[in-house]
Design a protein around this ligand. Structure first.
Ligand code: DSN
Length: 423
């Protein structure tokens, strides 16, 4: 029985205490239920992950690391952070881990700050070919603090040009070479990049954010053992809470620990770390391997079905959870496609394709990914439906009747694959 001495605000539900925010959250629940989520970096976390995220650990300060905290009362913070570290090391076969980075960007920043000084050379994939903002974009700290040498894809097959990568590394002598990308659907040759890094005395850092769940599930090559440092978000294909992490060789992670705290961050988000522990525990279960396999099979089925509908898939296909779609055969931009597909209840993001003639806010491409729809239970039959719906909507992008008709067909699928209990 609830104690009458309990503070009133501990007993009130969100709906009673703040109906305005509760109503916004309910609208988001309904949006997630009614729309097919095809943004490659998104997923639907489990109820257990979200319960840990919403736990009392949000109230706890725990600067430092397990066993070496600056505040009292950290026994349970220690337990849960130690568990998250143990689980993520087991999951990826890594020697060491730091689970405190608040995001993928702060994980990358911590690694760069540890191993580079401003003015040093950072080598990473060109943003226009699939790299990330924190891989040296001029508008980002990484492009402002470091001299950036970018590698990219060949025009002929839109896959990484490894000979050119090696040539650029020898010419620019980077301190750090980054593998990993946000819009590259093919496998990285992590062993080759390590070999090149060793040749030029650079560190190989992999940002595996996008591929993290596929790597955990054994359907995409692992960078662990080839990259001394591996950074990641925790909310993409690995399906945890929004956040970041760093794993890798113990000597390197130990050095980065001091950069994460006290170098860049104060108190760790212990509720998020608890949710990371839950997600890593879920990913260690056998069914996660099956999930990862289905994510990749769905991506390949979607890419094949889109090709059959007349779309061009950049590089001709995918080895992962994502694909880049060249919309030029349909005569629509990425911006227009994103808007009209959303009207038909399919959520996507516009994305530049290699050598895109359009501006980054317009683009000629769409990036699609299957982690979220696979979590929801959709399979290869539904991927064919999605490709057909996309083609119908984009063949007549101004036709609201087509969007309404497709929306009704999407609704039949979203109702068959429910996500949340609707209020
Ligand atoms: N915004 C993420 C993505 O969509 O890939 C990267 O940070």
């Amino acid at each position: 029985m609830a104690s009458t001495a309990m503070p009133a605000h501990h007993r009130t539900t969100l709906a009673d205490s703040d109906p305005t925010v509760a109503a916004i959250l309910n609208r988001e629940v309904k949006r997630q239920q009614d729309h097919l989520e095809l943004i490659a970096s998104e997923n639907h976390s489990s109820a257990a992950v979200r319960e840990a995220m919403g736990s009392v650990l949000t109230d706890k300060y725990a600067e430092g690391y397990p066993g070496k905290r600056y505040y009292g009362g950290c026994a349970h913070a220690d337990e849960v952070e130690t568990l998250a570290i143990q689980r993520v090391c087991e999951l990826y076969g890594a020697e060491a881990a730091n689970v405190q980075p608040h995001s993928g960007a702060s994980a990358n920043m911590a690694a760069y700050f540890t191993f580079m000084k401003p003015g040093d050379t950072l080598m990473a994939m060109n943003l226009a070919h699939g790299g990330h903002l924190t891989h040296g974009a001029t508008v980002n700290f990484s492009g402002q603090l470091y001299n950036v040498a970018a590698y990219g894809v060949r025009d002929s097959d839109e896959q990484i040009d490894y000979d050119e990568l090696r040539r650029i590394a020898h010419e620019s002598r980077p301190r750090v070479i980054v593998s990993g990308a946000t819009a590259y659907s093919r496998e990285f040759d992590f062993a080759f990049i390590r070999q090149v890094a060793d040749e030029v005395d650079a560190l190989h850092m992999c940002d595996m954010s996008h591929y993290s769940g596929l790597i955990a599930g054994g359907v995409y090559p692992s960078p662990v053992g080839h990259a001394q440092v591996v950074t990641s978000t925790t909310h993409k294909s690995i399906r945890g809470p929004r956040g970041g992490m760093i794993i890798g060789d113990a000597d390197y992670v130990t050095k980065i620990n001091k950069t994460v705290f006290p170098g860049l961050q104060g108190g760790p988000l212990m509720h998020v770390i608890a949710a990371k522990a839950v997600a890593f525990g879920e990913a260690l279960r056998p069914e996660f391997k099956d999930y990862a396999r289905r994510v990749k099979a769905n991506a390949q089925a979607l890419a094949a079905a889109l090709t059959a509908e007349g779309f061009r898939i950049v590089s001709g296909g995918t080895d992962s959870h994502l694909m880049l779609v060249d919309l030029r055969p349909f005569g629509v931009t990425g911006k227009l496609a994103q808007d009209v597909l959303e009207a038909a209840h399919m959520t996507t993001n516009k994305n530049a394709i290699p050598n895109d003639p359009e501006k980054p806010f317009v683009t000629s491409g769409l990036r699609l990914g299957t982690p979220a729809v696979t979590t929801r239970g959709l399979g290869e039959a539904e991927m064919k439906l999605i490709a057909g719906w996309m083609a119908r909507v984009l063949r007549a992008p101004q036709d609201e009747a087509v969007q309404a008709a497709v929306r009704a067909e999407v609704a039949a699928v979203t109702q068959r694959f429910p996500l949340h209990d609707l209020a």
